[in-house]
Write a protein that binds this ligand. Structure first.
Ligand code: ATP
Ligand code: MG
Length: 213
């Protein structure tokens, strides 16, 4: 394919990338929320969008099935950055990665006692590094979603999850006790495409950079 393929996940990343695409003169012809199409044409014959699962965006770009894409820093840390340029923080889909516990659980005390904590998360690698750096002993339990349920159902003592307003934690009687890192989404670019399709890609990347400012 000579044109440019852009990998986006639907939901907040698609929505928040739309203004950046518009700044580059790119307008998708359909909305993935209402369309079932996974390949979405744009107003430009040489640019298309592919709709992927958020965690799959780095994989599509790494293998060159997409030339560029958008992925959260959370996803990139878990995936590793192999074969990907990450030239730009798009400052969209902002949130924080936090450790959260059920209200009433004395986390600080448990940590001081050197207790071994069960922690449920989608972010095994990032969580492992965080707790190792703090010297907290943990058994990590991999989940794929609804982390908030884990402590309530007795699966785990704590979770590592993304928090924006804190509304979901509150609704489930959980409280955030540690901030791990600030998250936003990055532009990711296939390294070979950057060389081979520079003429088409460079103006798009430049327009994104200007729009982010
Ligand atoms: P799904 O919700 O379909 O299981 P997902 O959680 O991976 O998949 P999204 O919820 O669209 O997909 O999240 C995509 C990215 O948006 C995440 O990788 C993260 O960087 C960011 N994100 C997740 N939750 C929030 C939030 N509450 N506020 C802001 N950004 C968020
Ligand atoms: Mg989600």
């Amino acid at each position: 394919m000579n044109g440019i393929t852009i990998a986006l996940s639907k939901g907040r990343i698609f929505e928040e990338t739309l203004p950046l695409l518009a700044a580059a003169g790119i307008v998708p012809s359909e909305n993935p929320e209402t369309s079932r199409k996974l390949i979405i044409p744009t107003n430009r014959a040489d640019v298309r969008v592919v709709i992927v699962r958020a965690t799959d965006a780095p994989t599509y770009v790494q293998y060159g099935a997409a030339d560029i894409g958008v992925a959260g820093k959370d996803v990139l840390l878990e995936h590793g950055g192999d074969g990907l340029y990450q030239p730009l923080d798009l400052k969209i889909a902002k949130c924080r990665m936090m450790v959260a516990i059920p209200e009433g659980f004395d986390y600080a005390h448990a940590v001081r006692q050197g207790a071994r904590l069960k922690v449920a998360t989608k972010y095994i690698n990032t969580a492992r590094e965080h707790f190792a750096a703090k010297g907290v002993h943990v058994d990590l339990i991999k989940l794929y979603g609804s982390m908030e349920l884990a402590p309530l159902a007795g699966l785990a003592d704590a979770i590592v999850d993304l928090v924006s307003t804190g509304g979901t934690l509150k609704a489930n009687k959980l409280v955030a006790v540690e901030h791990i890192l600030d998250i936003s989404s990055r532009l990711i670019v296939n390294q070979a495409a950057l060389k081979l399709k520079r003429e088409t890609l460079a103006p798009i990347l430049e327009a994104f950079a200007q729009a982010v400012k």
